[in-house]
Design a protein around this ligand. Structure first.
Ligand code: TNX
Length: 529
């Protein structure tokens, strides 16, 4: 009897030990709080996600598998993980079934959708396109639990489960104004990293304005030799050579971001007028440096605008416009060219309409689709044109009635250059003070009466740069508002709710800290330490 009991006890003990070893090896473990939290905090919120309660361990022993078009996305993942977690994924052979991240092209997930399945042995991301895979990878980055101290050294937890996801809108963008203050190529690349982490896919670069011209045009060298040297406040300005611009475009392409170049016409054009006196509507101005008084044709470093215009009756005007659009289109692989068109306060209305109609033809002749700020609704638009709504409901409706598509950038919601409140250290406030809850709580499809979901291409958050000069300044205005705009573009309105969103947002603070992002600590959110 004693002997039998002993035997039974011993075998139970042995089995328990064997079982624990087995569990230890395969990495099976209930999901930790941190991993659960990461799984439930993805921004933008996925279309559907189902946790299954266990854990996958990411470590330097984890391998990856990717063939063909999936390979470039896998290389991106590998380089990101080595920077963020010090893990270098090695390529696995076909037979590897344990501890592997598989990226596969296939299935029917739409142009940008993906599926992500995590079990204890592997992570599988599948998508119809490389873009979809890339968004799956962004989700995977966010799933890695936010662990601290010893446990974080070489084993990172990822909650098991499955996610199916696709975007609501095709256009999910941000605009950076590099004209009022110039930002370096490195800054623009970081901007691309930040927006693509939240699955945004368009970067609109505002490349010219009264205060500065920022892109090399070989046939008009003074644009950068003179127009490139000024900025708001009188700093030294700057510009991108065509080679540097191509480098930005290539960096963006690797992150599935389309660069949308803007040359603001026919107003906001003073930097060009200062570079080429013959472009002035009136008699040429003698060029002096350093005045803050807006006089068309003099280099200008103030903030007020609406005093400059091209002249419709001069042949040189259209030679200039043709050359600029031709040279810039030739180095822009994306399908869009933004002609500005806003606040042309000193262009006569019939001239303005004639200008926009001609710009449309020139843009088309260079193989691009024209985009303009909402004022272009006054011209002869058609379905090839996209109008960017920032203020006027009337213009939004006019554009939609003419068959144009709309990008929504309502200034009271997503002008990220607006101050959060009256104490914000940077920003303007002419449109509104915009706190993080306000910039999240709106829906493009119901914002302007008479504009329907199908008229809307998507959303874009502009960052004008009158008050900002450094990457830190950029981050302070982008965060925490940018992720919310990204979610408006990606996640269906029925799945969005501020009270739920703010919990997810709070959990991103430690990630921003790890990425060195200098964010505004809004009191509307109970930030996680
Ligand atoms: C309006 S909205 C502008 C920009 C300014 C911005 C400042 C629009 C198309 N134009 O020129 O930089 O306000 O918030």
């Amino acid at each position: 009897m004693t002997l039998t009991l002993n035997y039974t006890l011993r075998s139970i003990l042995a089995m328990t030990i064997a079982f624990s070893i087995l569990i230890g090896c395969s990495g099976s473990k209930e999901t930790s709080e941190e991993a659960k939290q990461a799984f439930n905090s993805v921004i933008p919120k996925p279309s559907s996600s189902n946790p299954s309660g266990k854990t996958f361990f990411l470590s330097s022993a984890t391998k990856f598998q990717a063939e063909g078009d999936a390979r470039a996305v896998a290389n991106y993942l590998t380089s990101i993980l080595s920077k963020s977690h010090g893990i270098t994924l090695q390529a696995a052979d076909e037979k590897t079934e344990e501890n592997v991240i598989r990226l596969t092209i296939g299935g029917d997930t739409g142009a940008e959708g993906y599926k992500l399945d995590v079990d204890e042995k592997q992570v599988v991301i599948s998508a119809s396109t490389p873009a979809g895979l890339f968004y799956g990878v962004q989700t995977l980055r966010q799933l890695i639990a936010d662990q601290k101290g010893e446990e974080a050294k070489d084993k990172w937890e990822i909650a098991t489960g499955s996610i199916e996801d696709k975007p609501e809108y095709e256009w999910r963008g941000s605009m950076l104004d590099v004209a009022r203050h110039f930002f370096s190529v490195e800054d623009v690349k970081r901007y691309i990293d930040l927006i693509s982490y939240y699955k945004m896919n368009r970067l609109h670069l505002h490349l010219s304005d009264d205060q500065g011209w920022r892109i090399e045009i070989k046939s008009w060298p003074n644009l950068t030799a003179i127009g490139g040297l000024s900025q708001v406040g009188g700093g030294k300005g700057g510009f991108y050579t065509q080679e540097q611009y191509k480098d930005i475009v290539a960096y963006a392409q690797e992150r599935f971001v389309t660069i949308v170049p803007e040359i603001d016409l026919p107003g906001h054009i003073n930097a060009a007028l200062a570079s080429y006196p013959e472009l002035n509507a009136g008699p040429p101005i003698v060029i002096e440096k350093g005045s803050d008084k807006p006089v068309a044709g003099k280099p200008y470093t103030g903030i007020e605008v609406g005093f400059s215009t091209l002249h419709i009756k001069k042949d040189v005007t259209f030679k200039f416009v043709n050359d600029v659009i031709r040279e810039l289109s030739a180095i822009t692989p994306g399908p869009y060219f933004h002609v500005g068109g806003d606040e042309a306060a000193v262009t006569k209305k019939p001239d303005y309409i004639a200008f926009i109609n001609r710009f449309k033809e020139i843009v088309k002749a260079n193989g691009k689709k024209m985009i303009g700020w909402e004022e272009i609704a006054q011209a002869d638009l058609d379905s090839s044109v996209t109008s960017q709504h920032w203020h006027s409901e009337k213009y939004a409706k006019e554009a939609a009635d003419k068959g144009a598509q709309l990008i929504f950038s309502p200034s009271k919601k997503v002008y990220l250059d607006m101050q959060y409140d009256s104490t914000s250290r940077l920003g303007l406030n002419w449109a509104a003070y915009i706190e993080v809850d306000s910039s999240y709580m709106w829906d493009p499809a119901t914002r302007v009466p008479g504009i329907e979901r199908e008229d809307i291409l998507g959303v874009e958050a502009p960052l004008w740069s009158e008050t900002i000069e450094t990457m830190d300044d950029i981050e302070y205005l982008l965060f925490p508002r940018l992720p919310g705009v990204a979610e408006i573009g990606w996640t269906a309105a029925k799945d969005r709710n501020w009270d739920e969103y703010k919990e997810r947002l709070a959990n991103h603070a430690p990630r921003w800290k790890a990425m060195g992002i200098d964010y505004y600590q809004s009191k509307k959110v109970n930030w996680k330490e």
